[in-house]
Design a protein around this ligand. Structure first.
Ligand SMILES: [Zn+2]
Length: 175
């Protein structure tokens, strides 16, 4: 399966609430493969959520293992219907998003979370995550609820940063 086109802010589909997965059908397997291929096509990315490729289903893929801020982690996580059951502490860090390619932002998140979800064989699993992996999980789960990091920026003036290669007049030509 080829990598899919990433929906870019302000595409209205990024603000939708995604629907729960009820079984691992051929369609769900295909969406997961597309998510993996799309993530692979964007080196440096640590996660992606199904709505970012236009599939409004509660599926996320997270893999922080290749990132310099990784710390403790679970490697590749493919999670269906993930829910944050517990959150503890706080951390503030810089986040980017494939759907908002021209900016990063400083965002406040829980330091530790417990996530319940179904895995790719539809068995229920529970993951305790901390640090950068916990940030990635919170970021991707937000996508399933139509929430972007822009919605969590405390101050657009102080906490939002153009990426280094940002060229406002050239970055997004109108089609
Ligand atoms: Zn994102």
């Amino acid at each position: 399966m080829p990598a899919q086109t990433i929906l870019l802010y302000p595409d209205p589909r990024l603000k939708e609430i995604s629907a729960p997965v009820t079984a691992v059908t051929a369609e769900i397997r295909s969406i997961v493969r597309n998510l993996l291929d799309t993530m692979k096509a964007h080196p440096g990315s640590v996660g992606i959520a199904a709505p970012q490729i236009g599939e409004l289903k509660r599926i996320i893929v997270v893999d922080v293992s290749g990132h310099k801020r990784a710390g403790n982690h679970h490697g590749l996580l493919i999670l269906l219907n993930p829910v944050i059951r517990e959150r503890d502490g706080e951390q503030i860090g810089r986040e980017g998003c494939l759907s908002i390619p021209d900016y990063t932002a400083r965002i406040r998140r829980a330091a530790r979370i417990r996530v319940e979800a179904y895995d790719f064989s539809f068995s229920s699993i529970c993951i305790d995550a901390s640090g950068f992996e916990a940030v990635a999980l919170q970021h991707e789960i937000d996508h399933l609820n139509g929430v972007l990091f822009l919605d969590r920026v405390a101050s657009l003036k102080l906490d939002l940063f153009p990426r280094k290669n940002y060229l406002p007049q050239l970055a997004r030509p109108k089609e």
